[in-house]
Design a protein. Structure first.
Length: 333
């Protein structure tokens, strides 16, 4: 009995050891499989992904480089276009200035300022005498003196009071102002504004200055030291003069004296003045606009752009508004 129990116990122990060994063997086998297969697969996958990322980054850098080059080329094209447009504007302005200078030379060759004044006085005196003899309904066929219409009864001067005019061309401007007044020996009203629309005489703001010898002397005397702020653009003065002084019963002329235009758009100014100074009859504007250009910015070494633009603007404005543009060839008295 004792032997049989011991035998059974030994058989059980051997079976248990077999099971344990088989289990350990299976685990060892699984570990061997896992170590030899999985790391290889993961390593290859990581290498492939790193390669793709590197390729994409390379392509991205290439695209960025091409974009930079294209943007640089585009900016260069824009700059070139702007330069060409500026050159075109300058050429147009120079062409207008040359035309105006030619007209002035031809005008000066025919008659000087002194003779103009004498002719104007003689013409007006003669006209009054003819009206007395022929009746009030008499009208002369030609109202031009040296190419400038002198049929207006009221005159407004718009003077550029900027530093360039005041420091370099003021004496010449004074002589041109006196010569212009001489063209009109007697008018019904005078007004003096600067290019910003500021009045020379504040007590005559919005009113006409009576035309007397004393008032003319006061204008000339005050003009010698009159120097209010200016932005070197006659636009504000022209607009104010037309808005404030237009009267359908009055014949009015504007005289713009200046040397440069610093505004942004010539076309916009022309359209604005066209709208304000509309035609009141066939080919007849509400107010005549004349202009005299002083060549301060046409000297060697000076920036001529603003001077050219002034000439171009004034030529167009005077042409559209029944006046005359005179471009001087010297700003010294």
């Amino acid at each position: 009995m004792i032997r049989s129990k011991r035998r059974v116990r030994e058989d059980f122990n051997i079976s248990f050891l077999d099971v344990i060994c088989c289990g350990f063997g299976a685990i060892v086998l699984l570990l061997m499989i896992a170590k030899t297969v999985e790391p290889v697969v993961l390593e290859k996958t990581a290498i492939r992904l790193d390669g793709q990322v590197a390729d994409l980054q390379k392509k991205l850098f290439e695209i960025r480089g091409e974009t930079t080059v294209l943007n640089r080329d585009l900016n260069a094209k824009h700059e070139q276009l702007s330069l060409e447009q500026e050159k075109i504007a300058l050429l147009k302005g120079r062409f207008a200035a040359l035309q105006a200078r030619y007209a002035k030379i031809a005008q000066d060759a025919a008659v000087d300022d002194t003779v103009k004044g004498k002719l104007a006085q003689a013409l007006q005196t003669l006209t009054e005498e003819m009206e007395r003899l022929l009746g009030e309904n008499y009208r002369r066929q030609n109202n031009l003196i040296g190419g400038i219409p002198v049929d207006s009864e009221y005159i407004i001067f718009i003077i550029d009071t900027s530093g360039s005019m005041y420091n370099h061309a003021w004496e010449r401007m004074m002589s041109e102002l006196i010569a212009t007044l001489d063209i009109y020996p007697k008018v019904k009203g005078i007004q003096i504004l600067n290019d910003m629309g500021d009045y020379m005489f504040s007590n005559y703001r919005g009113k006409w200055i009576p035309d007397t010898e004393g008032r003319r002397r006061a204008i000339i005397q005050r003009m010698r030291t009159w120097n209010p702020f200016s932005n070197s653009s006659p636009v504000e003065g022209i607009q104010h003069a037309v808005r404030r002084f237009y009267d359908p019963k009055k014949k009015i002329s504007l005289y713009v004296f200046g040397d440069e235009f610093t505004g942004r758009s010539i076309e916009r100014v022309v359209k604005t003045v066209d709208r304000l100074n509309a035609e009141r009859g066939e080919g007849e504007r509400m107010v005549r606009i004349h202009a005299v250009g002083f060549p301060v910015y046409f000297q060697p070494g000076a920036r001529q752009n603003t001077g050219i633009r002034f000439a171009a603007l004034m030529r167009e404005l005077t042409y559209r508004n029944g006046g005359t543009f005179v471009g001087l060839n010297d700003f010294k008295p």
